[in-house]
Design a protein around this ligand. Structure first.
Ligand SMILES: C[S@@+](CC[C@H](N)C(=O)[O-])C[C@H]1O[C@@H](n2cnc3c(N)ncnc32)[C@H](O)[C@@H]1O
Length: 206
């Protein structure tokens, strides 16, 4: 599995250390092991997880500006765990309302010695952080309208929302609240993944 991950990463411009590869593979192994009991993801095959979960998450690391990020509706830690492994100098709060998913993330952080992740069990609408985030990230969480509406209190003054999406939807943009606009849409290239992927960056109007 390690060899395959190295080959996939070599098809991108990302740089990784041996330790980061070990941690990413370790995460897939834990996801595969715990999935049987905890039903964490519908992707059952570890090789498929490398593409659909690891590569799909880490390509976003090239687009993160700032220090403090929150991954809302993180589920088993996606994209937050792979991003935290790729960016050890940044801090990631991983939030989900389901206790078993947050318990799994705590175990991952402990076993893989990941120092820059704070797991939080809460509904996002009820979470009141001490300070705002440079980036509010989500994947497979909600429509963009629901995401920004539920998370409107989370970005710092110059922070952004970052939504990982498949096909870019003009319909979703049309439904956004008046106070929020799309500032950038970045197409993402994920080796061996069929279908389009985009990172949509949204900002509150000043
Ligand atoms: C489809 S899963 C996506 C998980 C992960 N982001 C991924 O890409 O695989 C959506 C997650 O959002 C969580 N969720 C849904 N509504 C939420 C809310 N209001 N506050 C916090 N978490 C929520 C669910 O518990 C679930 O784990």
């Amino acid at each position: 599995m390690k060899q395959r991950l190295v080959q996939l990463i070599a098809q991108t411009e990302l740089q990784v250390t041996e330790q980061q590869v070990q941690q990413l593979v370790g995460y897939v192994e834990l996801l595969h092991k715990w999935n049987k009991a905890y039903n964490l993801t519908s992707v059952r095959d570890p090789n498929e997880m490398l593409v659909k979960h690891i590569m799909d998450s880490i390509v976003v690391s090239a687009h993160l500006q700032g220090e403090n990020f929150i991954d809302v509706g993180t589920g088993p830690g996606l994209p937050g765990i792979p991003l935290a492994i790729m960016c050890p100098e940044k801090n990631f709060t991983l939030l989900d309302s389901l206790g078993k998913r947050i318990r799994f993330i705590k175990q991952v952080v402990h076993e893989l010695k990941i120092a820059n992740v704070t797991p939080v069990q809460s509904r996002v609408e009820e979470f009141q952080p001490e300070q705002g985030f440079d980036g509010v990230i989500s994947r497979a969480f909600a429509s963009m309208n629901d995401m920004v509406s539920w998370c409107h209190h989370l970005p710092a003054e110059n922070g952004h929302f970052l939504a990982l999406k498949g096909q870019f939807s003009e319909q979703e943009v049309a439904e956004l609240p008046e106070w929020c606009s799309v500032t950038e849409v970045k197409p993402l290239q994920i080796p061996e993944l069929e279908g389009k992927r985009h990172l949509v960056i949204l900002t509150a109007k000043k």
